[in-house]
Design a protein around this ligand. Sequence first.
Ligand code: FES
Length: 369
Amino acid sequence: MNDNETTDHEKSTSLVPASGDGHDRLPASLIAGDDQFENPGLPAHVHRAADDDPAAAKRAERQVATLFGLSMLATLVFLVSYFAIPDEATFFFPGIGMAKTQNVVLGLSLGFAIFLIGIGAVHWAKTLMSDEEIIEERHEQASTPEQRAKAVAVVAEGVDSTQLPRRPLLKYSLGGALGLFALPLGLQVVGSLGPVNIDELGHTIWDPKDNDGKPIRLMRDPEMTPIRFDEVTNGSVFHVMPETLQKYIDEGKHVLEARAKAAVILIRLDPDLIKVQKAKDWGVDGALAYSKICTHVGCAVGLYEQQTHHLLCPCHQSTFDLTEDCAVIFGPARRPLPQLKITVDDAGYLVATQGFQEPVGPSYWERAR
Ligand code: FES
């Protein structure tokens, strides 16, 4: 097809200015007939200051350029801060607390840089770019039979030029090489499906083996101070970590990994409300400790509804009933939160005498059993 030829497709996709209500500018199919509604058309085009006044257009151009210039400045701030601000520098950020200076400056400068480009582009579009509305008519999506035949011919010609049909040795050796090459990829997928090391997934630093076999005290998170049983009043909620975490904090190694699986929520309610005997036995006079890691995909279940005794995961609204041994009563989680068995030591502090008896966290760990 040469440049002068016009296909049906092109004829039907010509853009028609639709400003005003002139029917002469609309496709005939849209103009009112006996059995059609009248086409209301588009509102008349309202000219903007920059459309008619060169001074206003120049002013808008300068405004857009200023926004882009400010964006450049913000990017330079980012680049300089990356090297100039020491990694350990911190400052007090109102409403958040202590924050790393470099993180805040990098985040803000990059945010402003992209924001300024965005509002510059929007201002440019609103003041200078054409705002005349146009209609693009619908058209057949399919190519014409001639175009399709031509495409098939081009592909056939390409295959022929490789000489593959005439050279079976090349064809089969290439097929073999590509076929084998797919195997390592498949192998990695299959290999990573298992077996799952349940013991490793099930182990948390609540295991007394991590504390020379001694019971592990429940500590307030993040203060890391021990919790006396008489401080846990009815209705109170504590966010808890094991005292074994302190060793990881002191050494500064694997702290996040240790914390991630060990988070526990401690709540006390009227023991008569607890319907499951095991849950009652593993607590202390209504004080119950459960893993805080949602069994759906691992968010922190940190919201406690005191009236209903429900624990709520804010990520996808899984809801666990504390009176039913944290059974799931709503949401996508598929199994209860694991309970941590607790008691009171001679000094009156709450301690865990054994680790979790099942893996904490998402259910796919459980499915591997
Ligand atoms: S992670 Fe808790 S509901 Fe999805």
